[in-house]
Design a protein. Structure first.
Length: 185
């Protein structure tokens, strides 16, 4: 199903129209070699979810593909080799955010929208930092780069994708934070 009208996001604000459907996600997965067999029902459902939350964030198919790459490719060593990574890590309390984030991810269940909100609220309360100072290190460690809210949507796809039989295994949020923190040392 293709979404063509603007919809409300989870915060009640209006998001852009979605030009992408599950079939677009499946096509990209096949092109990139992330899906080689006929998709199972769970993968079809995940593709629909991915299209719904990433589609409005992507101005074109290339951007959609780039966002999906963040789901399927994660290498903490590569991330730490980038200048932009060190710009984020050099900000006040960035490493504290990562430490607390790791503890919260390790003690709870899978990362979904509600859990993401809970973690964000807990970090905000514990560290007394503005949203940007929390989100940039979180996005860096879990999505692989700093940036805007589209990366939050990438993060929301990770744990569900990690449980599915894609041709390339997806690293969960827990796996990513562990890998990132280990590489950071």
């Amino acid at each position: 199903m293709q979404f063509s009208m603007a919809a409300n996001d989870q915060t009640g604000g209006t998001v852009a129209a979605n030009p992408f459907a599950s079939a677009d996600i499946l096509a990209i997965l096949r092109e990139r070699g992330w899906l080689t067999a006929d998709p199972k029902r769970e993968i079809d459902a995940w593709c629909g979810y991915a299209a719904a939350i990433l589609g409005p964030q992507a101005a074109d198919r290339a951007i959609l593909s780039e966002l999906l790459t963040l789901v399927f490719h994660y290498d903490a060593q590569e991330i730490l080799a980038r200048v932009e990574t060190h710009e984020v890590l050099s900000r006040f309390a960035a490493r504290d955010v990562l430490r607390h984030l790791a503890l919260l991810l390790l003690e709870g269940g899978p990362l979904d929208s509600e859990r993401f909100k809970e973690i964000f609220a807990a970090l905000k309360e514990q560290l007394q930092l503005p949203g940007r100072e929390l989100l940039y290190p979180m996005r860096l460690a879990l999505a692989g780069r700093p940036g805007d809210g589209s990366l939050d949507r990438v993060i929301l796809l990770l744990d569900e994708a990690a449980a599915l039989p894609f041709a390339v295994p997806v690293k969960s949020a827990r796996t990513r934070i562990l890998e990132f923190c280990a590489a950071l040392v």
